[in-house]
Design a protein around this ligand. Structure first.
Ligand code: C2E
Ligand code: CA
Ligand code: CA
Ligand code: CA
Length: 279
């Protein structure tokens, strides 16, 4: 750590120059990690609240770093975005999810749709729709099994372009969810112009359910907004039975969170499906 004040403990904070250097280093590591096959996907179950059945999986990227262990996306996605590597990483994620779907299909695993996170720069990349088309064709999956998660704030950046890109992808059979919903200040009229099928209530609102009545009111409002737009509503970050009970009573359609299951490696998914009470 750097020199700290006399009686204070200070965390080491790199200055702007050092940070840029560290990011360049990390960027190089990401690049070589991609070619060495160090990245992988974990999958987190999504539960249909009416039936209790597993109804979908969210693909979440991980990095099995040779020195630092398993890293989560927050530790490398922002740097990959800034450094122009997000397209390569996004390609890996999409390809891996499609191949995994295909593998489960071949093994006779009762497949459910897989949702893939797409970042703003990936989505705005001119090659993006072609990439999706090619991955669907190569893997031979049913495109309806592939859902793309787009955040509300990224859709609001360029509404016209987002709608156009979404329609192109929709024509392939792909579906959409709005991720982190409630954090992006979109108006109802704009919302209804996006061809989406699901709204994902941001975990911050799910957390607030157990905090106070206004937290509960907001969650209810988001659910009824989603239903007004004829969308399925999924709550993420569900951790407690109280949150689950509230969401069920409020008419929320689906839930995802540690209460049900953590994100897990692909090979644990068939077991989850087998344990599923509905299967
Ligand atoms: P997100 O899309 O909002 O994903 C949900 C995050 O919440 C995941 O974190 C998940 O592991 C975590 N989570 C799930 N259930 C619970 C819970 O009950 N409680 C709490 N506290 N957290 C829960 P993760 O995997 O670290 O991903 C973080 C973010 O990184 C994601 O947020 C997403 O924005 C991004 N990300 C993940 N995978 C990808 C990817 O393949 N591509 C891109 N572009 N972004 C990704
Ligand atoms: Ca997501
Ligand atoms: Ca989210
Ligand atoms: Ca998030």
């Amino acid at each position: 750590a750097k020199e700290a004040g006399r009686n204070t403990f200070e965390f080491y904070r790199p200055d702007a120059g050092e940070e840029a250097g560290n990011n360049l280093l990390l960027l190089e590591e990401i690049r070589s990690g991609l070619t060495r096959g160090e990245f992988l996907l974990h999958y987190q179950p999504q539960i249909d609240l009416a039936s209790g059945r597993l109804c979908g999986l969210e693909a979440l990227v991980r990095w099995a770093h040779p020195q630092r262990g398993l890293l989560g996306p927050d530790q490398f996605i922002p740097v990959a975005e800034e450094g122009g590597l997000i397209h390569a990483l996004g390609k890996f994620v999409l390809k891996t999810a499609c191949r995994q779907l295909q593998a489960w299909q071949r093994q006779g695993v009762p497949v459910v749709p897989v949702s893939v996170n797409v970042s703003a720069r990936q989505f705005a990349h001119p090659g993006w729709t072609d990439l999706v088309r090619v991955q669907i064709e190569r893997s031979g999956i049913d495109p309806h099994q592939l859902e793309l998660e787009l955040t509300e704030s990224m859709l609001m950046r360029n509404v016209e372009q987002a709608i156009a890109t979404m329609h192109e992808l929709r024509a392939l059979g792909v579906t959409f969810a709005i991720d982190d919903f409630g954090t992006g200040y979109s108006s109802l009229s704009v919302l209804r112009s996006f061809p989406v099928s699901r709204l994902k209530i941001d975990q911050a609102f799910v957390r607030d359910i157990t905090r106070d009545t206004s937290g509960r009111g907001i969650a209810e409002a988001i659910i009824s907004l989603g239903h007004t737009l004829k969308l399925r509503v999924i709550a993420e970050g569900v951790e407690t039975p109280e949150q689950l009970e509230f969401l069920k009573a409020a008419g929320c359609d689906e839930a995802q969170g540690y209460l049900f299951a953590r994100p897990m490696p692909a090979d644990e998914i068939p077991g989850q499906l087998a344990r599923d009470p509905g299967q």
